[in-house]
Design a protein around this ligand. Structure first.
Ligand code: AMP
Length: 186
């Protein structure tokens, strides 16, 4: 089964994706993790995206679509993918739909984690202390939230029109949110 974990930065997508991997054996496909790995490895791609990421802006659709396309055979072999932080634009969503259609394995559900903006800022500050991500600064986070509102929120009506969007309250403990997600998927 292919699902998308959707929501603003700091909503808990990565944390919940990792739980689903452990519980269901699906593959987590996080374009943010892939880009951070490219940077850590010092590849040409990593160098190209470093400043854009640190600012909190989106890298090009072309780059992230290519990263995802490469992983689809492994995801199919694992029995499903949890898309985390992808798609973030309508162009990415359309490309993903086309790629999955070719494989006969469309997106089954889009789980949208709903968290209020004050809590997002609080979580971002906590993650900055714990993980030291360069884009977890107040300035970069504001840009990431703006990009979410300007470009990514357009995916809500996109997936609602497909009848795939399920809203899940993203507030509370990791366990409580995981139970709410399981209720939507099962
Ligand atoms: P994330 O870990 O998902 O918050 O992603 C960290 C950063 O990587 C984002 O702020 C963007 O700069 C970049 N990024 C990750 N996924 C995408 C995507 N689907 N489209 C564009 N940029 C992305």
């Amino acid at each position: 089964m292919n699902i998308i974990l959707f929501g603003p930065p700091g909503a808990g997508k990565g944390t919940q994706a990792k739980r689903l991997v452990a519980e269901r054996g699906w593959l987590q496909l996080s374009t943010g993790d892939m880009l951070r790995a490219a940077r850590a490895a010092g590849t040409a791609l990593g160098k190209r995206v470093a400043d854009i990421m640190d600012r909190g802006d989106l890298v090009s659709d072309e780059i992230v679509i290519a990263l995802i396309e490469e992983c689809l055979p492994d995801a199919q072999a694992a029995g499903g993918a949890i898309f985390d932080g992808f798609p973030r634009t309508v162009a990415q969503a359309e490309a993903l739909d086309a790629l999955l259609e070719q494989r006969g394995a469309p997106i089954a559900r889009v789980v949208r984690l709903v968290v209020d903006q004050d809590e997002l800022v609080e979580r971002m500050n906590k993650r900055a202390r714990e993980e030291g991500r360069a884009d977890d600064t107040v300035e970069a986070f504001k840009i990431r939230l703006k990009n979410y509102n300007d470009q990514t929120a357009a995916l809500i009506p996109y997936y609602q029109a497909q009848g795939k969007m399920a809203d899940v309250d993203g507030g509370g403990s990791v366990e409580i949110v995981a139970a709410r997600i399981a209720a939507v998927l099962d």
